[in-house]
Design a protein around this ligand. Sequence first.
Ligand SMILES: Cc1ncc(COP(=O)(O)O)c(C=O)c1O
Length: 337
Amino acid sequence: VTVATLQFVPRPGILDLGWGHPRPELLPVEPWLAAQRASAATFGWQALTYGYAAGPAPLIEWLAARTASAPEQCFVTAGASHALDLVAGLLTEPRDVALVDEPTYHLALRILRDKQLRLADASGRGRLFYTVPTFGNPTGRSLPLAERQSLVARAKREGFTIVEDDTYRELVYDGAAPPSLWELSGGENVVRIGSFAKTVAPGLRLGWINAAPSLVERLKNLGYVDSGGGVNHATALTMATFATSGAYDEHLARIRGAYREQRDALCEALDVDKPAGGWFLWLPRPAGLTLAAAERRGVSYVDGSRFQVDGRSGHIRLSFSMLPPDQLVEAARRLRP
Ligand SMILES: Cc1ncc(COP(=O)(O)O)c(C=O)c1O
């Protein structure tokens, strides 16, 4: 294919548990359209001109309240991927060591490698430490409170910055999400990155950073950020409208219910523990199973090796985000030997 519209390409006959994409029916097409109209009515021409480098005030103010942070600790990005690229670029130099908490989000490994960083596991010394501590990709698990506190203390002691990828925090199905490292640290030695990709829609390319005001200043002063007047101004204003109108919380309640049902269907069919949030299951690879064999049986997943720096793993990652419960039950049947 030389041109395409979407990243995901459906393969006939395959129930695909490989992609961390939203279920198409759960994307808020009509509510977003309503927010676009309301945003145009409220902001008029201001929605269509150059914005403010850190992101427009209506979204920054909402984000600050939502993340219990100060406005000067907030910066709007084109997604969590962009946020990681930006932060890694400002906090490191090529050949520096970035520590990662394995297994971890496989594409974050690529973003860090693109910055020419050397990757190492959590036991070493490094300039930054990338982690997805809440409903993590690929495990679905969360770091316990005591380990959160000791990680924050270690960052202060050793002088590195934790990059807390908090992309899944709002997709909580049981109880409350654990406190963020950002919150526990009081805003020092931690940069938190977030996204509207999983909670609203990945196509918005909209996310955010919580960081010390001095780092936010450096982000604002990046040439292309300043040159462009922020990175996604009109969408950020629409998101502010979507959020402050209550549509965001309504939508979140709806998708939490749906993803909870999907989680329950897959976990019950496989007879495994349920993660309290997020989109993923991390399971020991069934004896003798290969991806090619699974795909011949009409089911797909991502092999665990992709989530490790050294490419070795005895696990597989299943995502329950993209398919309705009945298809997840059928996918589980196809996974059993
Ligand atoms: C942990 C994690 N971080 C970041 C991303 C990408 O987020 P965005 O679409 O906001 O760039 C994903 C998506 O799969 C993810 O799982």
